[in-house]
Design a protein around this ligand. Sequence first.
Ligand code: IUR
Length: 472
Amino acid sequence: MAYGKSLSFPELIRKKRDGETLQREDIKHFIQAVTQGSIQDCQIGAFLMAVRLCGMEPEEMLSLTLEMMSSGTVLEWPERWHGLVVDKHSTGGVGDKVSLPLAPALAACGCKVPMISGRGLMHTGGTLDKLESVPGFSVHQNAEQIWKILDEVGCCIIGQTEELVPADKILYAMRDVTATVDSLPLITSSVICKKAAESLTALVLDVKYGSAALYKTLDSARELAQSLVTVGNQMGMNTAALLTKMDCPIGRQIGNSLEVIESLECLKGRGPADLRELVTKTGGYLLCMCQRAETPEHGSEMIAETLDTGSALRKFQAMLEAQGVKHGVAEALCAGNGDYFQVLRHAEYQEVLHAEKEGTVETIQALPLAEVLHELGAGRSKAGEQINPSVGAELLVTVGEHIAKGTPWLRMHYDLPRLRDGQRHTLQAALVISDCPPFTAGSRITEILTPEGMRWGGTEELSSASSQHIQI
Ligand code: IUR
C-alpha cells in the first residue's frame, strides 16, 4: 500500500483504542520501533491494552505475526531438508514432557526438528528446565551449531536466541506486567511468529484446556486453537491443533528430573499410556502433514515403532551428547535398566502420602499439586529465577483405580524448604475419591483441528486458512 508518512504512536494507539483496523504499515512501524527501542514503554503498554480490549481483525493478526517474525533472523535450511522440518508447541501443562520423546522419535523417522522451547513459569514446567537437569546439557546453540546437530542427529531442543524474534521477547515481558498476557491475537502472534522463524513445513499445536490450563473451557481453547491454526497456515506452515484435557497431570511424574526419567521410560517403550498416546498421536499428525505417512494413524504407528525398537532412544542419546552431555552420562541414562539417580540428583527428602479413605480415584487435581511443587522450588515466579530440578512428585495410583484407605498414593521429593502441614493438606485434597465404580480413563485428546482441504499423504495444496474439526 502506498503510504506517505507513518502514523504517530499516539495516533496509532488511538486508532486501535477506538476499534479501528490497523494497516500492515502501521503494524510494521510499531514493531520496528519496539525492536529498535524507539518507542516508550508506556506507549507499548497502551497499545497492548488496546489490543487486549478491542481484539484484532484476522488481517491485523497476520500482519502482526509477519512483522514479529521479521524483527529478527528467519532460519534457513538446506534444500535437501525441504518438506522435512517440523515442530510442535504446547500451551503448557502439568507433567507435560511430550517434547522430550517426540523430538527424537520424529528424527528417527527422518524429520528435522529444530525445537525451540521455553522455560517454566508459575505452575507450568518448561522443556528447557527439564533438560537442564541432565548434567552438561546446554540449551544455548547458535545457528551454525543448530545446522550441525540437525544434520548429524536430526533434532535439537534449544532456547530462543537473541537474534530470533526479538520483538516477541520485548512484547512478552511487557504483557506480563500489563495484564495483557491473555489476549487471543497477542498469544497467536507470539506463538506463531517463533515457529514461522524456524521455517517449518508442519506444526502441531497442543492446546490444553481444563483446571490446570491457561484456558479453562473447551470453547475458549477451541477459539485459540482456531486462531493458531488459521494464522499458522496463512504463514505457510501446515498447521493443525489437538485440543487436550489438562485437569490431572500427564503421566505419573512431575518435576524436572523426574520428568526426564519418565521421558526416558517412554523412549524405552515403557512408561504411562497417556504420555505415549500424546507422543504417538502428535507425531502421527506431523508425519502425515509432511507427507512421510499416509494417514495420521500410520504416522502414529511409525512413532510407536521408534519407541519400541530403541531408534528414538538412540537419537535422544545422540542429541544429549551433541548438546554437551558427556558420553558416559548419556549412556547411563539411556541404558535399558539405567539407574537414573547415578546421574540425576535425588532430592534429600522423600515422603509418601496415604489415601485418607477408600474408593475410586475420580481425579487427581494437577493445579494444587503443581502449586505446592512450585512453593518447594520446582518452579519460578519470575523469569530468571533459579529452580531446584530435584523437587517433584510421583503419582503412585491412577485415575479410575479403586484404592483402600491407607494406600500410598503420592511420593513427594524435596530439599529445603521442607513440606509443611498446610501443603500436606492441599496435596491430600488434590486426590478426589468417590463411590463410583472403577473405570479406565479415556483419551486426553478430545478434538483435532486440521486445515480445510488437507488430504492426508496427498499432494493437494492446503486450500485455505479455515479449518475443520474432527470430534474424537
Ligand atoms: N507462549 C508463547 O510463546 N507466547 C505466549 O503468548 C504464551 C505462551 I501465553
